[in-house]
Design a protein around this ligand. Sequence first.
Ligand code: NAI
Ligand code: MG
Length: 352
Amino acid sequence: MNSYRIASIPGDGIGVDVTVEARKVLDRAAELHGFGLDWTEFDWSCERFTKTGKMMPGDGIEQLSAFDGILLGAVGFPGVPDHISLWGLLIPVRRAFSQYVNLRPVRLLPGTTSALAGRTAEELEMVIVRENSEGEYSEIGGRHNSGQPSEFVLQESVFTRVGVERIIRYAFELARTRTGRVCSATKSNGLIHSMPFWDEIFAEIAVEFPDVHSEQCHVDALAARMVQAPDRLDVVVGSNLFGDILSDLAAAVTGGLGMAPSGNINPSGDFPSMFEAVHGSAPDIAGQGIANPVAQILAGAMLLDHLGETVAAQAINATVEKVLAGGTELTPDLGGTGTTARLGSAVADSLS
Ligand code: NAI
Ligand code: MG
């Protein structure tokens, strides 16, 4: 029997609530599909930061490197600045493990309605491939002349040929397994160094994939298109910042943030990949037991898929659809009166 070592980092706020439900569903899937999941839980969080001054211990990365996969809830809580939670945990893990792909599939699930009037599930199915290791999210820069009238900041972006080529190639390969369409987010009219470089590499790689329909679109126009004509989009590839923004938009026009999973993926398998919901720790509803666990459950399915347990992953996806279509345990964000635990249990109990 295959058995996998999984690190669970529930984190803060609703990250904790939804991770409990995802584990419930994954454990049931393992039982039904004949593999083992050996969980180790880590308390790395803002709560830990307030007690120890660190989001994770100094050897945190080393500890995680022994695992086959990581399931992360969400980090961030009022009182701890967001750049601390992000740069103290998430970004170091993504970078140390070379998780250069941030994959964010979104689709309109049954029983839910799009924020866009009249759109059907067939029209709303896309995947955002976000560059996850460089780009606009860089530590290079600084704040100068603090407090002076001449105060200024510099925030540099870093785009490497290796980094841009590998993410764009990943998007083209993914498009081949889907509808064969890929759209690149650019802004070469405003960002005159980084984005022309990105576009040039996109055009070079497009030549290697004559069977894939490729186009590029300025990110502002692409945002509008995602709302006005989402049916024309399938794989969307973007830099770290553009991909981040577009994936929240894509999630919002489909089922909302409570439904959108993501994977921080190291395609080579040299290091563990990390799966999480797109949403954050939602302090506004934390501790109330009403967070929608679907995004985290679907993130768990992506984790199983990545481990090669594709049948179990598909079973989870199908069961989530069935339970949502049934409409009895929907959480308040979906217009229901259900709870996090009841929706999670409904999925686990209906799994086959
Ligand atoms: P958020 O995603 O936590 O919440 C945005 C809104 O969506 C809130 O009204 C929330 O109640 C709602 N929402 C989110 N997930 C939901 C769910 N599963 N069910 C029902 N409603 C849901 O984003 P926000 O408020 O910008 O950030 C809150 C904290 O989370 C911040 O500290 C932020 O830094 C952190 N964060 C962490 C992320 C991560 O760990 N990867 C990602 C995004 C934000
Ligand atoms: Mg985001």
